[in-house]
Design a binder for this molecule. Sequence first.
Ligand SMILES: *[C@@H]1O[C@H](CO)[C@@H](O)[C@H](O)[C@H]1NC(C)=O
Ligand SMILES: *[C@@H]1O[C@H](CO)[C@@H](O)[C@H](O)[C@H]1NC(C)=O
Length: 252
Amino acid sequence: MIGTYAYCLKKLVLIFGLIFISSISVLATNVCNFNVRIKQTLINEGFHRNITYGIIFNTKNDDERWLYADCVVGLEQVLPSGVFTNPDELSDLRRSKKLNAFPKNRVNVELPAEQSSPNRVYITGKVLDGKINLWLPVHARYHQAVSGGGTARNEIEAPTLFLHCPDERLEVCGAKNAQAVFSCNGSSKEKCKWKEIPYTMMTETLIWDVPVGNTDHYYLVATGTATVIVVGSLYLLKAIHEYQVSHRKKKL
Ligand SMILES: *[C@@H]1O[C@H](CO)[C@@H](O)[C@H](O)[C@H]1NC(C)=O
Ligand SMILES: *[C@@H]1O[C@H](CO)[C@@H](O)[C@H](O)[C@H]1NC(C)=O
């Protein structure tokens, strides 16, 4: 009898415990209702283009303004191996205060796509009136020529959104939000603690098709060049020979 009692009590404690824990997690997710939307687009044409990000925080509800007011947004963008940012161009933009963007690792701007790997870039900026527009100048890498030519497809994924605030306000948003540490604005000294923030993507994955050289054309060009060289050399040899012959005749 006592055994069953103890058993029931244990079960009850377990059930109440579960209810308690789940109510805490519901509370935690409810506290931080960011309601962020991002539009990501690829503008311009050719090998040099511009990714733009329109980021809007929920402004319908004034109660939620405290969550992001005076905070800084950090985007982490993964670029596929066929696309890169130029670190020198980004430092110029930082120096002239036009844009705060910096690559995570060293970038070799000269490698073809086949010898490169995906790279990460951070873009940061302050939220003003519940919104911010960011951008990133990107360049396509050349692909090694293949028979038939054609195009190579680059898919640019959605970025990861981070927020850094001047205080600890984001701590109430629950442990679920991953934390990251990277520079606030590209200066190696100033590191920020960033919280990952969920958002709704309003646009499709960016697709960038890049033309690839045709090795068939290469053979055509190579054959043409070889023919010109051979014919030219023969002509020169003939001219030299004729010159020598006429010279010898004059001497005789
Ligand atoms: C990229 O687009 C943004 C937003 O339209 C603009 O401010 C920026 O000057 C553009 N950058 C380049 C390099 O075209
Ligand atoms: C980067 O941010 C820090 C603090 O927010 C500031 O002191 C520093 O001047 C900034 N550096 C640049 C290059 O903007």
